[in-house]
Design a protein around this ligand. Sequence first.
Ligand SMILES: [Zn+2]
Ligand SMILES: [Zn+2]
Length: 185
Amino acid sequence: MQHSHTPQQTDQTYCVRHPDTESNLRCGRCGDLICPRCLVTAPVGARCPSCARIGRPAILDTSSSELSRAIAFGAGAGIAGALGLGIVLRLLVSLPFIISLVDFIVVAGGMAGIGYLVGEAVRLGSGKKIDKRLKYVAAGGVFVAWIAVAAWLPLLNVSANFMVGIQGIVGLIIAFYIATSRVRI
Ligand SMILES: [Zn+2]
Ligand SMILES: [Zn+2]
């Protein structure tokens, strides 16, 4: 009687990307074995990560370096805008006369301008990607700008009340709106 030394056939199969994870699920496009850790659910069924990327427009994929650049650009634009607005307010309070509502218009209008700058900086920094996270980056940049103006004004001997008063809050809201509308989702 002869013994077969052929290893026993098993139906155990393993994920291509996670060789220690047993799986019998296959990518619907290339047929690679995939597991719950790496499968991507596409409208057409389960896909492996490589196949899931194919056919997806590059504009929808923001790389981590593009995201970091969007954050850096947004914060940079916010701080640059804040420095400019602080100087404009310094000049305004130096005027020998007071025109009513001008401080409101300057603060709200200045913040609106900062919102535009921040939104554009985030959009360009990301490589004009379409990504919901960019809205948060833009809103964050506006908030940084608002804080920066409030911190900068006392250094210029101007009251920070300009930013925490009604005009500052209205300006902040307008800036949030404008900045987040610049990026597409
Ligand atoms: Zn595949
Ligand atoms: Zn896997």
